[in-house]
Unconditional design. Structure first.
Length: 325
């Protein structure tokens, strides 16, 4: 009995020593954060901003790899199957919580396939149009879409993207069905809005603020309860009578399930440092967003957020009857 007890203690000591070694030795090579969307889009922008500071904190280069396709599920699935050694991570947005309902044959379970590291930011969304669309303000746009929605083209970055989800809520709030035009990412969707090839887009401030300020698109409203400091003249959807259209695009950082808790803790610390960095906060502010609090940039907070949001979006998507497979 004593020998058995000592054996258990020895195994525990080995595991503890292994974890401690992983924490002190990690990382010894570059780390890749997979962004499951195209380069130049809003999630890509957020990721590259924190990757720079995490590089300094971890002492190894943090690289960004864009693996777009299938509404973000292709890149996420790749990370879910990656070796859980802390060298392949995923930065995904709200689409992580909608994928289980949008994709009825999803190859992974977001709640069990990943080890959460922490939330990053929650980005407001803006409703914009090509600059020569007729309505001059949000009230005019609401009236215009109620009358002409069936003939209006709505761009989005692909099934399951943030702009797709916002478009679903916009159409539901207005009681109209627009002509949806999917793109392979937010950047090409914005390019065609600026070029006048499509009419309306609802996307994150990280992808629209510069174009709004440059006068390349016409802006109507922001989808958060309060106005955005970087776009103070833009009313909220609540102000213009679209109470049901409330959406912020939260982002989270994940590792594959099974990653050593000591490595997760080290990555969490690097993420916290990045979000507290003054340059990161300044750049986020320019893009109409802000880092989450230290309490939110934790594994527990991200796990709770993901679970809650999956339950929130399930009935909305089922009611719309729009699926990706």
């Amino acid at each position: 009995m004593l020998l058995k007890h000592l054996a258990v203690l020895s195994i525990g000591a080995v595991l503890s020593a292994t974890s401690a070694f992983a924490q002190s030795d990690y990382p010894t090579q570059p780390i890749t954060i997979v962004v499951p969307f195209s380069a130049g889009g809003p999630t890509d922008t957020v990721t590259r901003l924190i990757a720079q500071t995490m590089t300094s904190e971890l002492g190894q280069q943090v690289l960004v790899q864009n693996v777009g396709g299938a509404g973000g599920t292709l890149g996420a699935g790749q990370v879910a199957q990656a070796k859980p050694d802390g060298y392949t991570l995923l930065l995904h947005h709200i689409g992580m919580s909608t994928a289980p309902t949008l994709y009825r044959q999803l190859a992974f379970d977001p709640l069990t396939a990943f080890a959460p590291i922490g939330q990053v930011t929650s980005v407001p969304m803006t409703i914009v149009s090509r600059k020569d669309l007729e309505p001059a303000d949000a009230a005019g746009l609401v009236a215009y879409l109620k009358e002409n929605g069936a003939d209006t083209t709505y761009a989005h970055a692909g099934i399951g993207s943030a702009s797709h989800l916002c478009g679903m809520l916009l159409q539901e709030a207005l009681g109209v069905q627009m002509i949806t035009v999917p793109y392979q990412g937010a950047a090409p969707a914005m390019t065609d809005i600026v070029g006048g090839q499509v009419d309306v887009l609802c996307d994150q401030t990280t992808n629209t603020t510069n174009q709004i300020k440059a006068g390349e698109v016409k802006a109507y409203a922001v989808t958060t309860p309060e106005r955005v400091a970087s776009l103070p003249d833009l009313p909220t959807t609540q102000e213009v009578g679209l109470d049901k259209l409330q959406i912020g695009v939260w982002h989270g950082l994940y590792a594959p399930a099974g990653t050593d808790p000591a490595i997760i803790a080290k990555l969490e610390g690097a993420l916290q440092k990045a979000l507290a960095d003054e340059t990161v906060k300044s750049r986020f502010a320019e893009l109409g967003t802000a880092p989450v609090s230290a309490e939110e940039a934790t594994p527990e907070s991200l796990k709770n957020q993901l679970s809650t949001q999956i339950e929130l979006w399930r009935p909305i998507i089922q009611a719309a009857g729009t699926y990706a497979d």
